[in-house]
Design a protein around this ligand. Structure first.
Ligand SMILES: Nc1ncnc2c1ncn2[C@@H]1O[C@H](COP(=O)(O)OP(=O)(O)OP(=O)(O)O)[C@@H](O)[C@H]1O
Ligand SMILES: [Mg+2]
Length: 483
């Protein structure tokens, strides 16, 4: 039996070398080229069992090659690699029939896993080429982090499917933007995208908003009004903040999803529901189910394709891209764009972003509006962020903040302040941080026991001598019998 042959096309010699070696070690035969034309020639000659191709090559775009390859050799699987790891690349690669899309830099283990999977998967039927999603290649979703690549992959895989999607993520992580992208790149893109926010509508009006009502259905219903289900016909219905949906409306929605039809409030004639559903929530729905606030059967109906949007602090590598994007979008009246210096960028990356991308967007807007100088330094960022924390954004020093979150917030500041400063030795962080926690803890216990070290030790669960030593080491003033 002959070894499978992998055809590799990439104009970067080091990538060809690395791939050839790794694939060779894994037992494959490899042919590598820098030219798309050579790759095409091999494919025409019937060579190879799998193609791994770069997108940008000197003579032709690798993405343009895929449909041609699929036409003459439908069973030859194509894996696309690209350094332009944007949503657009992921979508195009998938639409043109690529088996998998690997953002560069890639992990060799992942490449080998994809190759093995591709060779083991039976060939997919050639799908009719989908029309390009939108004329402009304007990127709506910014970010190249690994976590965002996963999001792009899911969006790309869903371009030809109508499956229901459940998007979860903290406030401001881009749930609505992703819902729109799913619509814009999906099969119903020619239809309307209709959003309804469950948290923004009075509970007693939700059903009539969703399903519409007949004239005279209730006081004030002076004419027939179409609901969102009807308005979204042929398109996508975005059920935002689904976790805030009242129980009766949940029951009604479930029935509509089961029956595929609905009636208006006050109406009797069933109307066929022709919408693709995308739901979103910042709540933990499993928790809501346990508390009896959300129907489990509805949850399973909606959670067909779950997508979790990462909070901004889990993708700090995207912060510079996003910050620059928002500064560019918010040029001031004179058309000038603010630029953040390196230190300022470091501050942004160290911050916790409880309001996620929206908070970053607002900060960039505020900075453009309030600071006329072109170059923005760390002092401005510090001042602006201090303003935010004192005004009590949730998670920033408020009562909902856990101790771990508070510690994390302080540590980010602490590390950001110390990074790159020679006069601040970063060798005993552990002891310093523990001392930071121990000092107020012990001081408060001493104060609560009016300086009674025996009782303080008992409350802390510490040996008396240990407590005494800590008081000495941490230099905590002991006021006997004090308040
Ligand atoms: N990846 C991204 N690239 C560019 N802009 C983004 C991205 N994610 C979010 N935004 C922007 O951040 C803002 C908040 O996004 P969006 O409204 O989609 O968040 P959300 O998760 O729906 O928030 P909420 O839970 O508060 O409704 C929007 O202005 C959006 O354009
Ligand atoms: Mg939203």
């Amino acid at each position: 039996m002959s070894l499978p042959t992998i055809l590799v096309a990439d104009d970067d010699r080091s990538i060809r070398t690395v791939l050839s070696q790794a694939l060779g070690r894994a037992g494959y035969q490899v042919r590598a080229t820098a030219q798309a034309s050579t790759l095409w020639q091999w494919v025409e000659e019937g060579e190879g069992d799998l193609v791994i191709t770069d997108v940008v090559m000197p003579d032709e775009n690798g993405l343009d090659l895929i449909p041609r390859i699929r036409r003459i050799r439908p069973d030859l699987r194509v894996v696309v690699m690209s350094a332009q790891s944007t949503l657009m690349t992921a979508v195009k690669a998938t639409q043109r029939g690529a088996f998998e899309y690997l953002p560069k830099p890639f992990d060799l283990k992942e490449v080998l896993a994809v190759v093995a999977r591709a060779l083991a998967t039976p060939a997919m039927p050639v799908q009719p080429a989908a029309a390009p999603p939108r004329p402009e290649e304007q990127m709506s979703l910014i970010g190249r982090s690994v976590v965002m690549q996963d999001i792009y992959r899911i969006i790309a895989r869903l371009t030809t499917s109508d499956l229901t999607v459940m998007i979860t993520g903290e406030s401001g992580t881009g749930k609505e933007l992703v819902a729109r992208a799913l619509h814009d790149y999906g099969p119903r893109r020619a239809g309307p995208f209709v959003a309804i926010n469950m948290a923004a509508i009075p509970r007693n009006l939700i059903e009539s908003e969703l399903f519409g009502h007949e004239r005279g259905a209730f006081t004030g219903a002076t004419s027939r009004v179409a609901g969102r289900f009807e308005q979204a016909a042929g398109g996508t219905l975005f059920l935002d903040e689904i976790g805030d949906m009242p129980p009766e409306a949940q029951t009604r929605l479930l029935r509509v999803l089961q029956d595929g039809a609905f009636t208006t409030v006050g109406g009797t004639v069933p109307i066929r529901a022709n919408v693709r559903i995308i739901a979103a929530t910042h709540r933990d729905l499993r928790q809501a189910i346990r508390e009896g606030a959300f129907r489990e059967d509805l949850y399973y109906r909606l959670n067909v394709v779950p997508m979790r949007l990462p909070p901004l602090r889990e993708r700090v590598e995207d912060i510079p891209l996003l910050a620059r994007h928002f500064l560019n979008e918010n040029a001031d009246g004179a058309g000038n764009v603010r630029v953040l210096d390196e230190e300022a960028m470091g501050r942004l990356q160290a911050y916790r972003w409880p309001g996620n991308v929206r908070e970053l967007e607002n900060l960039m807007r505020r900075i453009t509006a309030l600071h006329p100088q072109e170059s923005i330094g760390a002092d401005i960022i510090d001042a602006e962020l201090a303003e935010v924390s004192s005004s009590g954004v949730p998670g920033e020093g408020t009562s909902t903040e856990t101790l771990a979150e508070a510690v994390e917030r302080h540590l980010r500041r602490f590390l950001a302040a110390g990074a790159g400063q020679d006069d601040m030795p970063m060798s005993d962080i552990y002891d310093k941080v523990i001392a930071e926690v121990e000092r107020p803890l012990i001081a408060m216990m001493l104060s609560a026991t009016r300086g009674n070290q025996i009782r303080a030790a008992a409350m802390l669960g510490l040996n008396r001598n240990t407590l005494r030593k800590k008081i000495r080491d941490l230099d905590i003033p002991v006021v006997r019998g004090g308040a």
